[in-house]
Write a protein that binds this ligand. Sequence first.
Ligand code: CP
Length: 318
Amino acid sequence: GRADDWRCIVTIRHFTDLADAGTDGLKAMLAAAKARKEARAGSPKGTADKDAPLAGFTLAMIFEKNSTRTRVSFDMAMRQLGGTTIVMDAGSMQLGRGETVADTARVLSRYVDAIMIRTDDHQKLIDLAKHATVPVINGLTDASHPCQIMADLLTILEHKGTVEGLRWAWLGDGNNVLHSIVEAGSLLGFTVAVGCPEGYDPDPAVIDAAKARGGDVRITRDAGDAAAGADVIVTDTWISMGQTDGAEKLAAMMPFQVDEALMAKAASDAAFLHCLPAHRGEEVTDAVIDGPQSLIWDEAENRLHAQKAVLLWCLGKL
Ligand code: CP
């Protein structure tokens, strides 16, 4: 994207969604993430990578929603790259108390080198990127979660050697995480079968955009059909905090629970992913999430390594 400030003469590498990086950018980031992870294996987590490529750089993080993984992994990523972070919770900022997104973007751009935001309003992320003169990173919005999917892709790359040509099955509602999986599938060449009940479909615009790029994505109302022969089974929490239709949604979603019987329909070496936090006994059973096919701890760790690559790409270091 390009900031609309007339004084801006350089193209800024925002990471609002996976498509911002394109296929080549995603492949470069995944390769860098894997190489950096391997290079520092066994090092104390607080030590910088040998080249410390972001020494002197600062990332500001804005959290309008709770986070464990995104907050800590971005903070540690900047430390390992030699940089620093400033973490701001929405309640402690002037943003939303009369100060606009545009003014916040312009001011923060004078202090820091990159901005990450987690918000329930995707348009706020886009507005931030439009007015910032430094890269803006999507740390989760209501529409997408590209940093999570970078970690998922790295995890599958490590365990299966490739992501291309694989069959992914999603069991759950059409949420932000699924949107980024569908986008990734269309950019990196894997298929996505979405098993979800009627009324909980993903955004049709996301499906149409993926298909326009040549993506292979389909929706089914049958969990077994979605899972059949899949190489990767993915789910996510069904009920967000404060959600009012919880009981009704839970009843609609239960046929899509990932249990051992459903895993048995997938390929014998299928991987199980969950971005966490999990509601065990709802979207997934203990036997699956704690079972031998579950890669959730590698997946969680890979948030750190994948985001280091995202930061390097945004800041022109890849
Ligand atoms: N998966 C994920 O984004 O975790 P947090 O909500 O803890 O950041």
